[in-house]
Design a protein around this ligand. Structure first.
Ligand SMILES: NC(=O)c1ccc[n+]([C@@H]2O[C@H](COP(=O)([O-])OP(=O)(O)OC[C@H]3O[C@@H](n4cnc5c(N)ncnc54)[C@H](OP(=O)(O)O)[C@@H]3O)[C@@H](O)[C@H]2O)c1
Length: 340
């Protein structure tokens, strides 16, 4: 090694290992605080993600959103209403539906916003809701269906029909609603079906979905239900393609978003709530849904998974046909509803 270089390295090392004193110490502290602040700002910006760039005039279009009374669904409803669409939110609580519609009308200045009742954890409610929705459309068709509603990490529970609550609500309810609407030809050819999943789906497994062989694990149940959302969107696209339909089906992760989804977290809220300052706002969380519903590019990605307004590789189970087909057949058996 060159002697001068060796000398320089020695000096630099000596400087680094010297105790920091006086003005130097202040500079080091200021530098560390500035670097931490910059890091936190960068992290927050990274968490915020991308924005939907498509803002067409949706006058004359009909958008249906499950769980549109709060969180990501509410902001999605607001954005579609601002673009001129007629928006129908499907909610499980009448009072919340009324309040959300009043607030949406007030904040957007639009009048074509309404709510209808739907309980995704009760298949008889899903059937009557689909029927009522179709009747209320009076022969017109849905242009965009957003399967948005969901529950996360609930205490162990069952749907009305006795299926695990998160799988039943997040997947089976949406499967039933979508297929019932398709069977009645209630979705426009060229329309879109957007299903909200989560990056939690990467940890999902399609085994023992009712937790009959293994002890209940609230996070595993959520991940399983979200993997089911991704496989459902994929298999639905396959089947629509076989029917020569031009309807597009995709699934997505909205990001980590500050909403009421964490309501079942119990003691974990102590960790979750401080962390949530870095999360997306509900409006930022709606951006990937809007992108999937509005970007012309999405037509090239039917059946695929999106994150941050971009198509993204999903769980390895989506690389083959068998897992999504198996889930579809199971869903047919559990709901007694099949695509015609
Ligand atoms: N927030 C996130 O960080 C995040 C991350 C990844 C994925 N997601 C997904 O994004 C979607 C929206 O979540 P969010 O964060 O907006 O949650 P949220 O604020 O808790 O909203 C969930 C919505 O679903 C409705 N819902 C729950 N159970 C239902 C049932 N049985 N029948 C009908 N509606 C029901 C809720 O109605 P009530 O108001 O009456 O309870 C509410 O309107 C979910 O699918 C979630 O898995 C969210």
């Amino acid at each position: 090694m060159d002697v001068t270089l060796a000398h320089s390295i020695h000096n630099a090392f000596a400087r680094l290992t010297q105790p920091i004193q006086g003005e130097n110490k202040n500079n080091v502290i200021i530098g560390a605080v500035a670097a931490t602040a910059l890091g936190l700002v960068g992290f927050k910006l990274w968490m915020t993600g991308s924005s939907n760039e498509h803002h067409p005039n949706l006058s004359g279009k009909i958008v249906v959103i499950t769980g549109g009374n709060t969180g990501i669904g509410y902001e999605t409803a607001k954005e579609f209403a601002l673009m001129g669409a007629r928006v129908i939110i499907l909610v499980r609580n009448e009072q919340k539906g009324q309040d959300a519609v009043a607030e949406l009308k007030q904040s957007t200045g639009k009048s074509q916003i309404e709510y209808q009742l739907l309980r995704l954890d009760d298949l008889s409610s899903v059937r009557s809701s689909a029927q009522y929705l179709i009747q209320s459309l009076g022969g017109r068709k849905i242009d965009i269906l957003v399967n948005n509603a969901g529950v996360m990490a609930t205490p162990q529970g069952k749907t009305k029909e006795g299926y695990e609550l998160q799988f039943g609500t997040n997947h089976l309810g949406h499967y039933a609603l979508t297929v019932l609407l398709l069977n009645q030809d209630a979705i426009t050819d060229g329309g879109r079906i957007i299903t909200l999943s989560s990056n939690a789906h990467y940890k999902g497994i399609m085994e023992d979905l009712n937790f009959e062989k293994t002890p209940y694990n609230a996070w595993q149940a959520y991940s399983n239900s979200k993997l089911a959302n991704v496989l459902f969107a994929r298999e639905l696209q396959e089947r629509l393609f076989l029917k020569k339909s031009n309807i597009i089906s995709v699934s997505l992760h909205p990001g980590a978003v500050r909403t009421e989804l964490a309501r079942h977290l119990g003691a974990m809220k102590v960790v979750f709530y401080p962390l949530s300052v870095f999360f997306k706002t509900p409006n930022q969380g709606a951006q990937t849904t809007l992108h999937c519903a509005l970007s012309p590019d999405v037509f090239k990605h039917g059946g695929e998974y999106f994150d941050n307004c971009r198509q993204t590789k999903a769980h390895v189970a989506t690389e083959e046909n068998a897992p999504s087909r198996k889930l579809w057949e199971l869903s047919e058996r559990l709901t007694n509803i099949s695509l015609d």
